[in-house]
Ligand binder design. Structure first.
Ligand code: FES
Ligand code: FES
Length: 152
């Protein structure tokens, strides 16, 4: 039985198994490869998407659990917080290899939507699930502070 999946405002009928992780539905079936596979066990945050607005790890989320949800991937991000984060990421030259960065941006935007003026503790708490093997943490923190200040 196909599942109806709403991704970035568009409904897709997908034929994957009920237990297929959302990450693989996005990457392999829908060819949205902006969401990355890091660990596959919910530990690194590379696979973060928004499910009904909440940052969520798509590698550990079966398709059947999200069939009624609105999913947003890095390809579908928009709005003031997204623009503020993108601009700050460029100003601070945040990425190194870039592999973790779509997950980092998904978490950063979710943080600013929930809390437009986060302090360092808020930032560290919200971003603690996103691992960066290149160690860009200081630039990420600075960019989020900068993005927050640039919000209207
Ligand atoms: S790939 Fe999902 S948390 Fe690492
Ligand atoms: S920029 Fe390389 S893993 Fe984060």
């Amino acid at each position: 039985m196909p599942y109806s999946l709403s991704v970035n405002g568009q409904v897709h009928l997908v034929e994957d198994e009920a237990q297929t992780p959302l990450l693989w539905v996005l990457r392999d079936t829908l060819k949205m490869t902006g969401t990355k596979y890091g660990c596959g066990v919910g530990q690194c945050g590379a696979c973060t998407v928004h499910v009904d607005g909440q940052p969520t790890r798509s590698c550990s989320l079966p398709l059947i659990a999200v069939a009624e949800s609105e999913i947003t991937t890095i390809e579908g991000m928009s709005g003031a917080e997204t623009r503020a984060v993108q601009d700050a990421w460029v100003r601070h030259d945040v990425p190194q290899c870039g592999f973790c960065q779509s997950g980092q941006i998904m978490s950063a935007v979710a943080l600013l939507r929930a809390n437009p003026a986060p302090d360092d503790r808020d930032i560290d708490t919200s971003m603690s699930g996103n691992i960066c093997r290149c160690g860009t943490y200081n630039r990420i923190r600075a960019a989020i502070r900068d993005a927050a200040q640039s919000l209207p």
